[in-house]
Design a protein around this ligand. Structure first.
Ligand code: KG4
Ligand code: ZN
Length: 353
């Protein structure tokens, strides 16, 4: 069963060909360089870049399989899968329009996928040889940490999810991006903060507040942390007569302490979820999980509960990609969960699991 999948949920134009859980071809055209100078994703720029690149990306996905002509390639696939949300409305629209157009022209069945279920399935992707095997053993606890989402989910069975905790304001990645912006570190902030923090062994010098640790549920909140970070920097500047260069000497300490506050919250809530659900098999997805320190913390946590933690097996799977969409679509195809009427498929920017 061959699936052509497309994801244009944010700032990556992505397409893939998958067969079951196996990746046959994968192309990701990142827009980071276009958005970098604006300090974040600019919707109108994202839309235009997706529109300009989508045909090229699909073409390239087939070319990698030595299929010279786009049309020949699309003819050979059994299904077309596309992300319908959550994400940036104007960006999602581009992928959905293209998927509908191809499905209509080549008479293909269309499957609509939730981007977050894609991030869950990213942990079960296999290379073209079927490795790693990772047999499914439900239920799992899933922790999803990206630029737009922070969620704890019970992955009960294929396509069955129960969200048990989520952020009530900023997502973890968003918080890291905003802190990096305040420190003048550019976009995206996560990777730079990781590097600076690693240089001082991820020490927590300033002990920024972790307000959500006091609440009794599994929800996350990072806006309080962000605000206190902002005022802390302001005070620091004032003490130093507004010489912004002060960050230069404290940069690592500030970045590392902020990252610790974010990760402590993630670990604390994940532990609470493990205890409450008694599920010790953890699946982790989303851009922030590229962070090696966070991976270590999660491994340490799950070891304490004699469980297992599964990360996306290949690096490109942590960020946005279409492979994970194709793999989730495979399970929908098996259940014949298809888009019945092409004209009714629309983007849902705030789609939840
Ligand atoms: O999943 P993703 O690529 O896009 C969304 O769907 O949002 O996640 C992007 C987020 C950004 O906030 C970025 O700063 C963060 O992932 N990120 C990281 C790292 N690499 C990317 N955060 C921490 N450490 C990293 N190494
Ligand atoms: Zn994502």
């Amino acid at each position: 069963m061959l699936i052509l999948s497309i994801d244009t949920s944010c700032d990556e134009t992505a397409a893939a060909i998958t067969e079951g859980r196996r990746v046959l071809s994968n192309v990701i055209y990142s827009q980071i360089l276009l958005h970098k100078k604006w300090g974040g994703v600019v919707p109108s720029i994202a839309k235009r870049a997706h529109e300009e690149r989508i045909d090229f990306v699909i073409d390239e996905t087939f070319r990698k399989l030595k299929v010279k002509r786009y049309e020949l390639g699309v003819k050979r696939v059994d299904y077309i899968a596309v992300t319908r949300g959550p994400g940036l409305a104007v960006a999602l629209e581009v992928g959905i329009k293209k998927a509908k157009e191809l499905a209509a022209r080549y008479k293909k069945k269309l499957i609509a996928i939730n981007h977050m279920e894609g991030h869950i399935y990213s942990c079960f992707v296999q290379n073209s040889q079927g490795s790693p095997k990772r047999k499914f053993r439900f239920p799992y606890l899933a922790l999803l940490v990206s630029g737009g989402h922070t969620e704890l989910v019970i992955f009960k069975n294929h396509l069955q999810y129960e969200v048990i905790g989520q952020t009530i304001d900023d997502a973890a990645g968003e918080a890291l991006d905003k802190a990096a912006k305040l420190l003048g570190l550019g976009y995206p902030g996560g990777p730079v903060i990781e590097r600076l923090a690693a240089e001082i062994d991820n020490k927590d010098i300033y002990r920024f507040p972790r307000p959500m640790l006091r609440s009794n549920n599994l929800n996350f909140s990072f806006s309080g942390l962000k605000t206190s970070f902002y005022y802390f920097l302001k005070k620091l500047n004032k003490l130093n007569n507004y010489h912004m260069t002060v960050y230069g000497s404290n940069l690592r300490e500030l970045a590392s302490s902020f990252q610790r506050a974010v990760f402590d919250t993630l670990i604390y809530k994940t532990e609470k979820a493990v205890k409450e659900t008694k599920i010790n098999r953890l699946v982790v997805g989303g851009g922030v999980i590229a962070n090696l320190y966070l991976r270590r913390l999660l491994q340490r946590l799950i070891k304490k509960y004699s469980g297992q933690v599964f990360f996306p097996p290949f690096k490109y799977l942590t960020g946005d990609n279409a492979v994970m969409i194709g793999v989730a679509a495979y399970y929908k195809a098996k259940k014949n969960l298809l888009v019945k009427n092409l004209s009714t498929l629309d983007r849902i920017p705030r789609l939840s699991l």
